[in-house]
Design a protein around this ligand. Structure first.
Ligand code: ADP
Length: 480
């Protein structure tokens, strides 16, 4: 034998059954959209149509909001908190029981590797329901006064990068605090939200507590602007976040906005370099780089930058790109043609502005949307690839000489969602973290998530926090 290679290890799709066409989930039932309109959702790894998804219009949004209001007034706000908690525990357990089904469906619809949907997205989604289930009857200890109250009906809009996990981040705290919801998944990744609707039915959740309406940005705008909602919870681009902030200004609606990022991952010269290289790879190539908190700006101390770059290129050469359903795959498909075009456009700007591009040698499948793991060197702070969110597997390397310079460069961004620090010295971690304007800072690790840990950004990365005690406050009216 002259070469060693992995044998294919394909996850079977037999566990999921995908309907030809999906309606909207309103008041506990799947119903045909009043709009009469449907659009296709495709598998980005093959470009094959998976199913037709309903496109909700304003009449559909009216029905969903009315169902959520009725459920809030008649059932959910009156139910003893411990009973509410039981539903959340039940949902969490069903997600665990059906985790393989969810993971396969997520990888089919989103393009992410099964290893990630199976080991990260779905377990964390279940963990969010378990965590919030525990809070449901303990809200008086959440730091919001002796008798905090829910807000009412919440309109929730989520993106396509972690469809089921973002649903859990939104739905679990809303329900635990006694609110009812109308949720709109992203138009390219609605399938796991629709499977979650089945979970709500299976858990016997009272009708109308969770409503799921599908459609594109226009449907999202109808939900945001609907007079019947009390709060908007949004995760997505800064561009749409700004539109939402503008459109709810002057209304009584509150909002949490979790938007873009351009995180610095800072490598000091005393860091454990091999570990840091793993952290860099995890920071930017996890989920194809479709991560708002991705470590997309690599800041390396100048005296070790050649060593880091050499090791990083070797490591990137071992990343396996391909079929998302293969258990050996590290990088799956880019979620959509539009996103691929955006990644290509920004990368081309990197070339034309004078940075140097290196992509790991790998064969790209002929069907579907793919981009190889890529690093740009010779990047300056003014380059678009150092300033704009690429949301793809593209890393920009910059160097620094002193800790002060690292901090200045790290903070030189309109965003402030996350950052990473790699060093052997605890004191340097604390000093650097205290100077960084970022909502989440990882030290000697990256992209670690826990339901108990609040997540959110400074500046154009958004408003408010999700997760932990802080996340509960965003769904409660505080009392004395
Ligand atoms: P991305 O760049 O990650 O696709 P978007 O902000 O465009 O992010 O999309 C995130 C979510 O916001 C999706 O569910 C999308 O349909 C929705 N959306 C897009 N435009 C609007 C809008 N004007 N109002 C409300 N929701 C929107």
């Amino acid at each position: 034998m002259s070469t060693f290679d992995y044998a294919p290890a394909l996850e079977s799709t037999a566990i999921v059954s995908i309907a030809e066409r999906y309606g909207l989930f309103i008041n506990g039932k799947f119903v045909a959209p009043k709009s009469g309109k449907y659009f296709p959702t495709i598998n980005p790894a093959t470009e094959k149509v998976l199913a037709k998804i309903a496109s909700a219009n304003s009449a559909d949004v009216d029905l969903a909001v009315a169902a959520a209001r009725a459920a809030y007034v008649k059932v959910w706000s009156k139910m003893p908190a411990a009973e509410r908690g039981k539903y959340l525990f039940r949902i969490a357990r069903i997600i665990q029981e059906r985790s393989r089904e969810f993971a396969v469906l997520e990888s089919l619809d989103n393009g992410k590797p099964i290893r990630e949907s199976r080991d990260t997205d779905i377990p964390l989604a279940a963990a969010h329901f378990f965590y919030h289930a525990g809070w449901a009857d303990k809200l008086q200890y959440s730091g919001n006064g002796a008798s905090p109250k829910p807000l009412g009906v919440v309109g929730q809009i989520i993106p396509w990068n972690f469809p089921m996990l973002m649903l859990a981040w939104k739905v679990a705290p809303a329900l635990a605090t006694g609110n009812t919801v109308v949720l709109k998944p992203a138009e390219t990744t609605s399938l796991t939200a629709l499977l979650f609707a089945e979970v709500c039915q299976q858990a016997g959740l009272p009708e109308g507590v969770v409503n799921i309406i599908t459609g594109a940005g226009g449907t999202g705008a109808l939900l945001v602007n609907h007079p019947g909602i009390d709060k908007v919870a949004f995760t997505g681009s800064t561009e749409v976040g700004k539109l939402i902030a503008t459109s709810i200004a002057g209304s009584k609606k509150s909002a949490t906005l979790e938007l873009g990022g351009k995180a610095a991952n800072i490598i000091y010269d005393d860091a454990a370099i091999d570990e840091a290289v793993e952290g860099i790879v995890n920071g930017i190539f996890f989920n194809q780089g479709h991560v708002c908190c991705a470590g997309s700006r690599l800041l390396v101390q100048e005296n070790v930058h050649e060593e880091v770059l050499a090791k990083l290129k070797v490591r990137m050469g071992h990343i396996r790109l391909g079929n998302p359903l293969d258990k050996n795959t590290d990088i799956g498909a880019i979620n959509s043609a539009a996103q691929l075009a955006k990644i290509k456009e920004l990368s081309a700007a990197g070339d034309s502005e004078g940075a140097e591009r290196w992509s790991a040698p790998c064969e790209l499948p002929s069907q579907g949307f793919w981009f190889p793991p890529t690093i740009f060197t010779g990047v300056s702070q003014t380059h678009r690839i150092a300033r704009e969110e690429i949301f793809g597997p593209v890393l920009s390397l910059l160097t620094f000489r002193t800790p002060q310079e690292a901090v200045e460069k790290a903070n030189n961004t309109p965003y402030g969602l996350s950052a990473g620090i790699w060093t052997d010295k605890g004191s340097k971690i604390l000093w650097t973290a205290s100077k960084l304007r970022a909502g989440v800072i990882w030290a000697n690790t990256f992209n670690k998530f826990d339901p108990a840990s609040p997540f959110g950004g400074y500046k154009e990365s958004g408003w408010g926090r999700e997760g932990g005690r802080h996340g509960l406050s965003a769904y409660l009216k505080a009392s004395n």
